[in-house]
Ligand binder design. Sequence first.
Ligand code: ATP
Ligand code: MG
Ligand code: MG
Ligand code: MG
Length: 439
Amino acid sequence: MRLSRYFLPILKENPREAEIVSHRLMLRAGMIRQQAAGSFSWLPIGKRVLDKVCQIIREEQNRAGAIEILMPTIQSAELWRESGRYDDYGKEMLRFKDRHEREMLYGPTNEEMVTEIFRAYVKSYRDLPLNLYHIQWKFRDEVRPRFGVMRSREFLMKDAYSFDLDYEGAKAAYNRMFVAYLRTFARMGLQAIPMRADTGPIGGDLSHEFIILASTGESAVFCEKKFLDLQVPPADIDFFNNEEIARVVTEWTTPYAATEEMHDESQWASVPEEQRLSARGIEVGHIFHFGTKYSAPMKAAVMGPDGKEHFVSMGSYGIGPSRLIAAIIEASHDDAGIIWPEAVAPFHVALINMKAGDAACDGAADELYSKLTAAGIDVLYDDTEERAGAKFAIADLIGLPWQIIVGPRGIANGEVEVKNRATGERETMSVQAAIDRFG
Ligand code: ATP
Ligand code: MG
Ligand code: MG
Ligand code: MG
């Protein structure tokens, strides 16, 4: 992409409303635009990151056996009356009427709707296990929307729903999602720690929040430092080998880790002092087993091998891709701007022509651009007439992993500079070497 033909609305000034660094950098780098309280448009580079994050989530959901669908954002109140949640949900739910005076709502989550789909089609235990997910906008009228897309009112969610014959099956389904989450966050360059979460009236121990440690996190968290050394399972792990998957879950749930609500001082006291990590965290994902909470009132049952009807045992599994992007920035930035992990970067390379209009610079930069683009590399080519200093500042701010800098002095020797955004290391090389390096 040539910057001269792109839409990258950089802000020069620090926006006053931004209280945390990710919000500030997302606004400054032209990733998002606030449209109303807690509601944001995704501008071109923001949209590119969002797509990459969703694609990683999708690949790991699919790998773990979940199947993608797409449900509407608008739901009918009728459905929510069946589960009894319509009256319970409270003010976070945005409610309205259509022209026929039918009560509608903008979905804050989809348990009811997916249960309705399930019960319409699935009648036998032979069709289980089943896990359906979608990536769709949600609306929650948060009391205090803040920190940009970290806590917004309209936000994207990946929500998956598992259906099994019994608790054993549901637990295996839960474990698959647990491991899928470990892989998902690791692929984005994040250290996410699964922490025991409240199961409320459901009980049991099958609820975990996946937390990114960050000083700006909204929850206080307590965990053992051991987590930082645990291995995330490889891509070829067999998700349907229940024992192997359960082993991974055990490994990742044995060290102490809990959010404030679940914190237990007496257990914490038995963790050696030097192993304790008490910090703040951001909830980027949440997995939850709730058994027959929806299947019983909504009558979602299958025939079991015993010839009897069983209400299916369910779980739900959420990830907030929009919040995740803010969390990635909280975890990866410096004074100059964002530092994207390669897997989610909006472009791979910033190609900077220090002196647009100079024949030698233009020639080399154009050649780099066309060859790298042809090799399938995402290049953002700064071919504008800005000063070199401003171009460097923009490249650092938007945080692409690599910069290739073409300047008149270097090009006189046929050389360009390659800079690593994360380390700041610079290397001088020939134009051809730069093409070979990335192409
Ligand atoms: P929180 O405790 O932050 O309010 P939650 O527990 O209400 O989140 P869940 O219902 O567990 O959220 O939803 C699944 C995921 O959706 C969360 O883990 C988070 O990543 C994301 N999410 C929830 N609320 C928001 C929001 N207001 N803005 C952005 N992402 C959100
Ligand atoms: Mg909430
Ligand atoms: Mg929560
Ligand atoms: Mg939650």
